[in-house]
Design a protein around this ligand. Structure first.
Ligand SMILES: Nc1ncnc2c1ncn2[C@@H]1O[C@H](COP(=O)(O)OP(=O)(O)O)[C@@H](O)[C@H]1O
Ligand SMILES: [Mg+2]
Length: 327
């Protein structure tokens, strides 16, 4: 049967996303209040006029001068730990091209969730933290399987439904296959969650930059405060060095070069996690939590755990698969 093609461009013919989007455009949705604002896109409540189903819509301006991978990445993903995209389409408005992403709604980002818990002076029990991390890491595992690195993992880009502790990764606006043999932009990922090799301007990094970010997020949930609150890239690295050991200029060069070389001179301060968590953590923590965070936050990307290593640490032994909310 011949497909009817509307005047706007369609991205995801054979994706996991509802193929009916061939017939979808912005006018098919009643647009409600703006609920979020990111660097590149605004987020609105929307209701699909025909089905009355309620979603969230992200509308992103497409700069014709720069290549934007968000649509193709969103069309690839299909996993319970990544926000579900129902419809993806481009549409022109006053000669400017926009990407529309229609997805499930989540009541909070992890950032606003943590802020709320802090204001309410509520700590987060370790079993809950474990459940959150399990879902974040499974989301990363799915991205890895698609050869995608998120490159902007941070609490704002993690969504949560506090009613059932469902957690998903969102915002694939920076995602990319970083292992395609080309150089990648080092100026990626929000500073507070940026891996040390990125802070050293490395352009040959790998997917483990996301593991670093996940480790920083893990520390932040236990401590209920930003782990490394650097005001600029230098200060960011200084905060990391205070905790993990001072990098020599030679170490920084190695981090910058992206060579897989374990011969660093930095004296790795393993014990610090124990001390930091003991004196500052708002939640009781287990030795397994220390083992995991140490593995996630290694300077050397080669020694840093990959996502499968993280998931196979004893920290997750207590996870009962039946407890993982599906949606
Ligand atoms: N599906 C969603 N449900 C609820 N809030 C969302 C959803 N998607 C995004 N948001 C909120 O909007 C913010 C911006 O969205 P995001 O996709 O991260 O845009 P940007 O690429 O501009 O950072 C997020 O930090 C989050 O707070
Ligand atoms: Mg974002």
């Amino acid at each position: 049967m011949k497909k009817e093609v509307k005047k706007h461009e369609i991205v995801c013919e054979s994706s996991n996303v509802n193929i009916n989007n061939n017939y979808i455009c912005a006018a098919d949705f009643a647009i409600g209040n703006k609920i979020g604002k990111g660097a590149f896109g605004d987020i609105y409540w929307v209701q699909k006029k025909s089905s009355k189903k309620v979603y969230v819509m992200k509308k992103v301006y497409q700069n014709p001068k720069s290549y934007n991978r968000e649509a193709s990445c969103c069309a690839m993903v299909n996993h319970s730990c990544i926000v579900k995209y129902h419809y993806i389409f481009f549409q022109k408005h006053k000669e400017q091209k926009y990407l529309y992403l229609i997805m499930d709604h989540y009541p909070r980002s992890l950032k606003s969730y943590l802020k709320h818990r802090k204001v309410e002076k509520q700590t987060i029990p370790e079993e809950k933290i474990c459940l959150f991390l399990y879902q974040i890491l499974n989301g990363l595992l799915h991205l890895n399987e698609l050869k995608l690195t998120h490159r902007d993992l941070k609490p704002e880009n993690i969504l949560i439904n506090p009613a059932n502790d469902k957690v998903v990764i969102c915002d694939l606006g920076s995602a990319k296959n970083v292992d395609d043999g080309t150089y990648n932009k080092a100026y990626m990922c929000s500073r507070l969650y940026r891996a040390p090799e990125l802070l050293c301007d490395c352009e040959l990094y790998c997917e483990k930059i996301d593991i670093w970010s996940a480790g920083v997020i893990m520390g932040e949930i236990y401590l209920m405060r930003i782990l490394f609150p650097g005001k600029d890239a230098n200060q960011q690295l200084e905060y990391i060095e205070q905790l993990l050991g001072k990098l020599s200029p030679k170490d920084k060069k190695k981090l910058n070069s992206g060579f897989r070389d374990v011969n660093y001179t930095v004296e790795w301060k393993y014990d610090n996690w124990q001390d930091v968590l003991k004196s500052h953590a708002k939640t009781e923590f287990s030795p397994e939590a220390i083992e995991l965070i140490q593995g996630m936050m290694h300077y050397d990307p080669q020694l840093r755990f990959d996502v499968k290593q993280c998931l196979s640490t004893p920290y997750f032994d207590k996870i009962n698969i039946a407890d993982i909310p599906l949606s």
